[in-house]
Design a binder for this molecule. Structure first.
Ligand SMILES: [Zn+2]
Length: 214
């Protein structure tokens, strides 16, 4: 889609205000679950910071737009830079050093906490975005698996190493699914490595796309 740069800039300007302390230009309209601004431009929903980069600096292509300031609401083009998906993940995890010192009890407490993520982040001195990542299992995903938990409690079931608890239908569904390994691992209550082994046909080799091979 062709963007009318001036029109977009005006729209972005009208939905954001400058933070005099940090120089961040903060989006105050609709935010997504990761705290990024969302802008509807001619029927297409854009992450506001990506739109800002695109009209102020240039085309993004397949790359990620990362924040130098680590403020997802910020759309100040001077605070943005291009990176790969890997850079982006490393960037947001690296910047949050406190993340690594969280105890598993704290991770469980964060997941059970029903307050807004800003309030939670403040209590634990971590980035609000990482509160979301903890809650949806993108970070500390290994603590999410009920089997790992049972394993710690001394109740080790076969499914942790093999796939004894899964049915053939589960295996077919897992192979077909495009969901992330961690999510599938939670869904089926098995270790993420079990999911990977199934997807790579290292286990359950006798199950094929069509059904059970003879
Ligand atoms: Zn900023």
């Amino acid at each position: 889609m062709l963007l009318n740069n001036q029109e977009v800039k005006d729209a972005l300007f009208n939905c954001s205000k400058i933070n005099e302390t940090t120089g961040c230009i903060e989006w105050f309209r609709c935010l997504d679950s990761y705290g990024y601004g969302r802008k509807n431009y001619k029927g297409v929903i854009w992450p506001a910071h990506r739109l800002s980069y695109e009209v102020s600096i240039g085309p993004i292509g397949e790359l990620c737009v990362c924040h130098k300031c680590d403020n997802p609401k910020c759309i100040n083009p001077e605070h943005l830079f291009l990176g790969t998906k890997k850079d982006n993940n490393l960037d947001c995890i690296k910047k949050d050093r406190h993340m690594h010192s969280l105890l598993s009890e704290q991770v469980h407490a964060i997941r059970a906490d029903t307050r807004g993520r800003e309030a939670i982040a403040k209590d634990y001195n971590i980035n609000p975005r990482n509160v979301s990542y903890i809650k949806n299992g993108k970070l500390w995903g290994h603590l999410e698996s009920p089997l790992v938990f049972m394993h710690k409690q001394g109740k080790c079931f076969g499914a942790l190493n093999g796939s004894t608890k899964l049915t053939e239908d589960d295996v077919k569904a897992i192979r077909k699914s495009k969901r992330e390994q961690v999510i599938l691992s939670r869904q089926y209550g098995v270790h993420p490595s079990t999911i990977m082994a199934i997807k790579r046909h290292k286990t359950w080799k006798h199950i094929t796309e069509e059904g059970v091979s003879s």
